[in-house]
Design a protein around this ligand. Structure first.
Ligand SMILES: N[C@@H](CCC[C@H](N)C(=O)O)C(=O)O
Length: 310
């Protein structure tokens, strides 16, 4: 067999090539895949391998762009956590999604409607890489979050690890628990975060936010994300935290939220209104990888720096 034949046989057994873009919103990082112009299907164990920061590409979430399944919608937006679980919402990802579909010329619209697992959200591309997302109306009804409680309350007491903590629960399309803390730098994110993420009162698990209020329009936040661990920023977590702060009478309608990776502006006019989130979306590089022909073996990856467009 010649060297060329040898190589092409090896390529076939290694499977197809997948193009992707690495992006982030305030350090919450993503692998973004266009599943409109290339075939795409990954099993959870392969997503876990790709998310691995040592042996894979490394990301908090995988975002997949698909054709819409509804009228009057531009795309379908699918989100997978680093642990391979598919979820309903990702705010920082939504801003990157808007930038990606415009950079890749999948649309030239400035206002983009996307179908998520929990309804339609609207993304508005602004200047200098900024994107505003209408994140929808928050849901406080316990079964809809889902959170185990016999009636809705602004604050619940939860027993965890031999102690009682107070938290608020809300869905931004995905489930969130929010705890008020005096200082995010010393908050027990690494210890309470994973315990509350998997607490039996959150039957679908939850993202756990630790909120420090500075004044009525400024807050700091750290989030231990369901299925990904603590991230540098969580967009839906920032929305959940502001909504909780408003409901508890501690925050005004427009709040600047400082996360470990940077700042988001969140606006909420109160019950029955949608939450608006504004922040940046950044492309880091484009790459391609060869998927294994059969299952989850190691893969080669290559990347080239991405030219930023604002
Ligand atoms: N980083 C995201 C949230 C991603 C999904 C989340 N981990 C979940 O499981 O619900 C954001 O910016 O909102």
């Amino acid at each position: 067999m010649s060297g060329n034949q040898d190589m092409s046989q090896q390529r076939r057994s290694q499977g197809p090539t997948l193009r992707f873009t690495k992006m982030h919103g305030l350090g919450n990082d993503f692998m973004v895949v266009d599943a409109i112009s290339q075939p795409f299907r990954l099993r959870p164990e392969m997503i876990r391998e790709l998310a691995n920061r040592n042996f894979g590409i490394g990301f908090d979430q995988l975002l997949v762009v698909e054709p819409p399944g509804l009228p009057d919608v531009d795309f379908r937006y699918r989100i997978f956590n680093a642990d391979g679980s598919e979820v309903e919402q990702c705010g920082n990802g939504a801003r990157c999604f808007a930038r990606f579909v415009r950079d890749q010329r999948l649309t030239n619209k400035k206002v983009i409607r996307v179908q998520t697992a929990k309804g339609v959200i609207e993304l508005r591309a602004g200047r200098e890489g900024m994107v505003t997302v209408n994140m929808g109306i928050p849901e406080f009804n316990p079964p809809a979050i889902p959170f185990a409680a016999d009636r809705r309350k602004d604050v619940y007491t939860v027993d965890v690890d031999g102690q009682t903590v107070e938290l608020s629960a809300v869905s931004m399309g995905n489930p969130h628990g929010v705890l008020l803390v005096d200082n995010v730098d010393t908050a027990p994110v690494e210890t309470l975060g994973p315990l509350l993420e998997r607490h039996p009162r959150f039957p679908a698990r939850a993202n756990i936010g630790f909120l420090q209020i500075l004044d009525r329009s400024h807050a700091r936040l750290r989030v231990f994300e369901r299925g990904s661990g603590e991230t540098l920023a969580c967009g839906s977590g920032a929305c959940a935290a502001v909504v909780v702060g408003c409901v508890r009478g501690l925050l005004d309608a427009r709040v600047e939220v400082e996360l470990r990776g940077g700042k988001l502006v969140i606006e909420w006019q109160g019950e029955g209104s949608p939450v608006m989130m504004e922040g940046p979306a950044t492309s880091v590089f484009e790459g391609q990888l060869r998927l294994p022909g059969d299952s989850g073996g190691r893969r080669r990856k290559s990347g080239r720096p991405h030219k930023q467009r604002s």
